[in-house]
Ligand binder design. Structure first.
Ligand code: AMP
Length: 307
């Protein structure tokens, strides 16, 4: 099964209490595709500038990721600079330079349109809806958004929410979207807007999924997955996108979406997020092996399981 992701491919400058990098491969679609590549075939649609070189392409190719849908335009790739203090769940944006991303209008190549799994990473909800329309045969669609769109384009975002099966956002965004300070109440309000499942990420505390009644024939009770208590979070950038990659990648690798599959997908999401934060940028994901993933999955089970 193949999984298509549409989103940012970028260069990042990152500062955390553990160090600083000036220019490193990043972008939501980058983290997502690397994480998902351990589970299924992944295709990326994005845009980069002339500064995106063979070295960056090789990172994707080494993981068998199909990047023929990444368009190269004259100009610079999206650039994001962020800083984290002691609170690893909160990035402070220092700079955003859209570059060629400003005119991004994703066209899905014909050979990708048969993909049954689609992830709409955090981009303008108008573009997300356009992509969704081009992928009308998709069986399971995940989506992300951020505070910028929640406050800036609420009507367009409402249209996007009608088109996704699962929305993956963090708890602050969920409360902001629902205009409700109670998370379970916010979740119920968001589920009424469209998504059958709402996966709320709690940063270093794990993630919770809420379902519409009867969703996928499996939904009813919420389910919470852990993450690993890690002493040193070197760089939290991309944890959310890596979670989404593990989650969607695992679902795409399974024949049927059962409740067990959904629960395991939440665990694999947490596993991928926990690896992503161990080093700057995508460094840890680049070196990762499937054996290490399974090993950590067992640790996650051990962390939460009782007989
Ligand atoms: P995350 O930490 O999972 O929320 O995602 C971090 C990644 O998102 C970084 O690698 C950035 O390049 C990328 N990013 C930051 N701001 C934006 C934005 N406005 N639109 C799309 N991608 C972004």
């Amino acid at each position: 099964m193949s999984l298509l992701v549409v989103g940012s491919v970028a260069f990042d400058a990152i500062q955390t209490p553990y160090g600083k990098v000036d220019r490193i491969l990043g972008g939501a679609a980058t983290y997502f595709s690397l994480a998902a590549s351990f589970f299924t075939d992944v295709q990326v649609v994005g845009v980069v500038g002339t500064d995106f070189s063979e070295k960056e392409e090789q990172v994707f190719r080494a993981h068998g990721i199909d990047i023929s849908g990444i368009v190269r335009e004259n100009g610079k790739s999206f650039f994001w600079a962020g800083e984290y203090g002691e609170n690893v769940n909160e990035a402070k944006t220092l700079d955003t330079q859209l570059g060629v991303f400003a005119a991004f209008n994703p066209q899905i190549p014909l050979q990708y349109r048969k993909s049954q799994y689609l992830f709409l990473a955090n981009i303008d909800p108008v573009l997300q809806v356009n992509v969704r329309k081009q992928m009308n045969g998709a069986k399971f669609v995940g989506g992300d958004t951020m505070n910028f769109w929640i406050t800036g384009k609420p009507e367009e975002l409402a249209e996007m929410l009608k088109t996704v099966d699962a929305l993956l956002i963090n708890d602050t965004e969920a409360k902001m979207l629902a205009k409700d300070a109670s998370l379970p109440r916010a979740a119920q309000k968001i589920l009424k807007l469209g998504p059958k499942a709402l996966v709320i990420k709690h940063g270093e505390y794990g993630a919770t999924v809420f379902f519409q009644d009867g969703a996928f024939g499996i939904g009813r009770h919420p389910f919470r997955a852990p993450t690993l208590p890690i002493e040193v979070v070197t760089d939290p950038t991309g944890a959310g996108d890596s979670f989404a990659g593990g989650f969607m990648g695992y679902i795409a690798s399974q024949d049927k979406l059962t409740r067990e599959v959904f629960k395991r997908a939440m665990f694999y999401g947490g596993v991928m997020g926990s690896f992503a934060v161990e080093d700057f940028g995508t460094e840890r994901l680049q070196k990762l092996t499937r054996e290490e993933i399974e090993e950590r999955y067992k640790t996650f089970r051990e962390l939460t399981h009782i007989d």
